[in-house]
Design a protein around this ligand. Structure first.
Ligand SMILES: Cc1ncc(COP(=O)(O)O)c(C=O)c1O
Length: 487
C-alpha cells in the first residue's frame, strides 16, 4: 500500500462533527480500498480520492511511452493521467488510482462523468439511428433539441441555430454570420481571449504568442483590445477610479484612429475569460460593450463555450449582467463529452442561403440525444443552483486561504468557475508560473485533478453535481499541496 493511501487528508479535530466526518472518511476509504483491489465496477461507492500506486504507475508509464512516439507533441499534457474509467466526479486511472475531477475535462462534464441518463440516451440512439447527414436531410432529435435549447437561451426574439462539432467550429460559424449579414470585414476581440485553434478562431485568440507563432497570416481584420482584467490593468489603472478606460479605448482610440466603426462587423467576448485565467470583469464591462455594439451597429458575439450550460449558476454567463448578445457560441458541456458545438443567433442575422455554411457531422443524432439528456439533467437535478451554492462556498474558502499563503495573488470566479492567480510577490505581481505548475502536480499526486489557465492561474471547474463534502475534500487537498509548494 502506498504511503499516499494513509489518510493524511483526514485531519484530527476537537469537535464531534469533525470526528464523525473523519469516521465517515475512513469508512469511505476502506470501501474504496476494497473496490480498487477487487476491481468492483461501481464507482458510486467512491467517497474520496485513492492513490494506490504513486502516479504515473507502471501501466500508465507504458501507455505514455507508446503515446510519445505516436501523437502530436503540440498537446499540453498537464499531468501524467491515463484515465480508463469515470463516473460522477471521479476518474480512475489505468493503475487503479482514483481522482477527484475538479477540471471536468476542461469544463465539459457539467452533469458529471457518464451520467446514467446521458449514457442511456446515447445507447438508445446508437441502436436506433447512428447518422443522418443534417445538411441534406432532417432528423427528429435535431428539431427537438433546437426547440429546447433556443427556449432556454436569453433574448425575447426568434432565434436559429447551426450545429457543429467543437467550440472552434461554433466560433467559425459566428464569424461567418457576422460577416455575411453585415457585409463588413473587421472584428474586435480581446487580449487574453481564447476562441479556438482553427485559423479563423485562432485569429481571435490571443492567450499567448506560442498559440499563434508561425501561423501568420491568419484571418485579417481582427483588432485586439484590452479585456477588463482589473488585477493586471494594461493601463495601470485602478478600478473603479479608472472610469472603465478599457471601454473608452475602443471608442476613443480604435474608432477614432484605427478603424471606422461602420467597417466593424462585430465583437466577440468571453463573459469570463477562460483559458486567459478565469478573469471576471467588473459589472460595467459587458453592459458597456453592449452599448458600444448598439451605438455602432455591431453584432455582439458571446463565447459561452466554457462558461455556458450552467457552469456559473446560470444557463449562460451573460445572464449575470443582464446582457443579451446577438450570437451565442457554445460547446464543451453541451453533449456531456460527445463532440458538439452550437452557434445560436438572432433569426434575422442568419439570413444566408443554402451552401453558405454547412458540415457533415453537425447534429449527429447520437450526439444530439446526449445533448437532450444533458439539458434534462441540468434542470431536473437543479445543477445551476448547486453550482452557485457549492461554487460560492469554494470561492470563500480560497479567499480565506489568501491570509495564509502569499503565493495567492487573486481569487475570483462565479459558480463552479473559480480562478486562483499565483504571484511570487503581491506588490510586483510577478507571475509564479513554476509554483502554479508544481501545485498542479502536487494535487495530482494526492488524487485531485485541476488545470492551469493564463500564465500563473489555476482554474477549478468541478462538475456541477459536486457536493459540499466533495468540495471540502478538494479544497483540503489543494491546501495540502499549496503548503508543500509554498515551502
Ligand atoms: C471560450 C472558448 N472558446 C472556444 C474554445 C474552443 O473550443 P474547442 O477546443 O472545442 O475547439 C474554447 C476551448 O477551450 C474556449 O474555452
Amino acid at each position: 500500500m502506498s504511503p499516499l493511501l494513509v489518510p493524511s487528508k483526514v485531519t484530527c479535530s476537537a469537535n464531534a462533527e469533525q470526528d464523525l466526518r473523519r469516521a465517515l472518511c475512513w469508512i469511505g476509504f476502506l470501501i474504496v480500498d476494497l473496490r480498487c483491489h477487487r476491481g468492483l465496477k461501481q464507482m458510486k461507492l467512491v467517497t474520496r480520492p485513492t492513490i494506490i500506486v504513486e502516479p504515473p504507475g507502471p501501466k500508465a508509464k507504458e501507455i505514455m511511452r507508446r503515446d510519445e512516439k505516436l501523437t502530436s507533441p503540440s498537446l499540453t499534457r498537464t499531468a501524467p493521467l491515463v484515465g480508463v474509467r469515470a463516473e460522477g466526479v471521479w476518474v480512475e486511472d489505468i493503475d487503479g488510482n482514483v481522482y477527484l475531477d475538479f477540471g471536468s475535462g476542461i469544463a465539459v462534464v457539467n452533469v458529471g462523468h457518464c451520467h446514467k441518463k446521458v449514457v442511456e440516451a446515447i445507447k438508445r440512439q446508437a441502436e436506433t439511428c447512428d447518422h443522418i447527414n443534417s445538411c441534406d436531410y432532417f432528423t427528429v432529435p435535431q428539431v427537438q433539441y433546437a426547440e429546447k435549447l433556443l427556449a432556454m437561451l436569453p433574448g425575447d426574439f426568434p432565434k436559429r441555430v447551426f450545429f457543429g462539432n467543437s467550440g472552434a467550429e461554433a466560433v467559425e460559424c459566428a464569424i461567418k454570420i457576422a460577416k455575411w449579414h453585415s457585409r463588413k470585414s473587421y472584428l474586435i476581440a480581446f487580449i487574453g481571449a481564447f476562441h479556438g485553434r482553427t485559423m479563423g478562431a485562432l485569429s481571435l485568440t490571443s492567450t499567448s504568442t506560442s498559440a499563434r507563432k508561425f501561423y501568420f497570416p491568419m484571418m485579417p481584420g481582427v483588432m485586439h483590445v484590452p479585456y477588463a482584467y482589473c488585477y493586471r490593468c494594461l493601463y495601470k489603472q485602478n478600478y473603479p477610479d479608472c472610469g472603465m478606460w478599457c471601454l473608452g479605448y475602443i471608442e476613443d482610440v480604435v474608432f477614432k484612429k484605427l478603424i471606422s466603426p461602420d467597417e466593424v462587423a462585430g465583437l466577440i467576448v468571453e463573459p469570463i475569460q477562460g483559458a486567459g485565467g478565469y478573469i471576471v470583469p467588473p459589472k460595467e464591462f459587458l453592459p458597456g460593450l453592449r452599448r458600444i455594439c448598439d451605438t455602432n451597429d455591431m453584432i455582439m458575439i458571446a463565447d459561452e463555450v466554457q462558461t455556458g450550460f450552467g457552469r456559473t449558476g446560470r444557463m449562460t454567463c451573460f445572464e449575470h449582467w443582464n446582457v443579451i448578445p446577438d450570437i451565442i457560441v457554445m460547446s464543451k458541456a453541451i453533449a456531456g463529452g460527445l463532440p458538439m458545438g452550437a452557434c445560436v443567433s438572432k433569426a434575422d442575422l442568419m439570413d444566408w442561403g443554402p451552401t453558405s455554411h454547412e458540415n457533415t457531422l453537425g447534429a449527429n443524432p447520437i450526439v444530439v440525444a446526449a445533448a437532450l439528456a444533458v439539458l434534462d439533467v441540468l434542470l431536473e437535478e437543479r445543477l445551476m443552483e448547486n453550482a452557485e451554492k457549492v461554487g460560492g462556498y469554494m470561492l470563500k474558502r480560497f479567499e480565506e486561504m489568501m491570509d495564509q499563503y502569499d503565493l495567492i495573488g487573486d481569487v475570483r470566479g462565479k459558480g463552479m468557475m473559480v480562478g486562483i492567480e499565483f504571484v511570487k510577490d503581491r506588490e510586483t505581481k510577478e507571475y509564479a508560473t513554476e509554483e502554479r505548475d508544481d501545485l498542479i502536480l502536487e494535487t495530482f499526486k494526492r488524487g485531485l485533478l485541476i488545470l492551469g489557465a493564463g500564465p500563473s492561474s489555476i482554474r477549478l471547474a468541478p462538475p456541477l453535481i459536486t457536493t459540499m463534502d466533495q468540495a471540502d475534500i478538494g479544497v483540503r487537498i489543494f491546501e495540502e499541496a499549496l503548503r508543500t509548494v509554498s515551502k
